[in-house]
Design a protein around this ligand. Structure first.
Ligand code: KG4
Length: 350
């Protein structure tokens, strides 16, 4: 089954053709990052407008690279939640319109489920159940993936997402946007013990965590140094911060493995590209004799291939959408978004 998938939840306009949830026929990404870098972060209104500019050419390219006509795909999928609502609406409506015009099934996909499914593309042998550490710009959580479409959050951030913390720290250190990759690079030549930074712990919720205290500690450190006219060693601070993020996430995944007895571990999301996190995950997995799956860097960030992979399993589970399907800024990973509240259907006069 060949699925044309569309992703537009943030600042990447992407389209891909995926076969049977596992094989990438094409994977085209147009990143708007350079434009948003001018403002130090994603400007939602600009993101929506650029999606409209880019979505047709990106989709045409994805079909051309797959050597297919639109009429030859079996279904059309799009990210429908969570994300920037204006941005999501562009991709969701575009994909719904194509599906309607072609009389093909439309499959709404949860973006975080998509990030997890990036691993299904990279590792043909990978099957649920497994535990996933999903860390991106909008969310960070430990998920028990019981089946392809049956997921439970075991723990997660109480405030900022890991990627959000990377981006904010990068802004304070004035190292540019997007912050994660810049901090990662600076950290390579820094001393991770140079700055003492806090690691969160939440009473009675050992799998939950927080990044706002860590972020504030870095901000205060930078401001105090500025006021005193002292130099900050940016590489050392980047390394100390990256270590603190990793020290927050990796032990939680280890604890989740201990609590559930599951020894198949997976990483997902933009922050899964972080070199410190990847190295620490490898060490931890080895120490508990677990199998570890981490997507190649190209599949960590937002892309439509992962949406096409997850869409296949949503389709098999019967979670197809209709022309009534809406997009949602937030959604639980456990819920079936094809069944989420449909305002228009309730209110339409016939
Ligand atoms: O998954 P993603 O592309 O978009 C969302 O779904 O949110 O994640 C983007 C986030 C950004 O916050 C970015 O700074 C972070 O992932 N990121 C990284 C790295 N590459 C991207 N964070 C740390 N280290 C990296 N190498």
């Amino acid at each position: 089954m060949k699925i044309l998938a569309i992703e537009s939840s943030c600042d990447e306009t992407a389209a891909a053709v995926i076969e049977d949830g596992r094989i990438i026929r094409s994977n085209v990404i147009y990143s708007q990052a350079q434009e948003h870098a001018l403002y130090g972060g994603v400007v939602p209104e600009i993101a929506s407008r650029r999606h409209i500019d880019a979505i047709c050419p990106v989709t045409e390219q994805a079909l051309a690279e797959a050597g297919m006509q639109l009429s030859e795909v079996d279904a059309i999928a799009a990210t429908c939640a969570p994300g920037l609502i204006g941005a999501l609406l562009v991709g969701a409506n575009f994909a719904k319109s194509l599906a309607w015009a072609q009389n093909k099934p439309f499959i709404p996909v949860n973006h975080i489920r998509g990030h997890i499914a990036a691993n299904l593309l990279a590792f043909p042998e990978l099957e649920p159940p497994f535990l996933c550490l999903s860390a991106s710009g909008g969310s960070s959580m430990i998920v028990h993936v019981k089946d392809y479409t049956d997921m439970e959050i075991l723990g997660g951030t109480r405030d900022d997402a890991a990627g959000e913390a990377f981006d904010k720290v990068a802004r304070v250190l004035k190292v540019g946007y997007p912050g994660g990759p810049k901090i990662d690079k600076l950290a390579q030549t820094g001393n991770d013990k140079a700055y003492k930074l806090p690691r969160s712990s939440i009473k009675d919720a050992p799998l939950d965590f927080s990044f706002s205290g860590l972020k504030t500690a870095v901000i205060n450190l930078a401001h105090n140094a500025e006021q005193k006219g002292e130099e900050i060693n940016v590489n050392d601070l980047a390394a100390s911060f990256s270590a603190a993020v990793s020290d927050t996430l990796v032990p939680r995944l280890r604890l989740a493995a201990k609590q559930t007895g599951i020894r198949r571990l997976v990483a997902a999301g933009g922050v899964a590209a972080n070199s410190r996190l990847r190295a620490d995950l490898e060490k931890m997995a080895k120490s508990i004799h677990a199998q570890l799956y981490m997507p190649p860097l190209a599949l960590c960030g937002d892309n439509a291939a992962m949406i096409g992979a997850q869409a296949y399993y949503e389709y098999l589970a019967g979670a197809t959408g209709t022309i009534w399907q809406n997009a949602f800024a937030s959604a639980e990973i456990s819920e079936d978004i094809s069944q989420k509240r449909v305002f228009a259907k309730k209110h339409a006069k016939r």
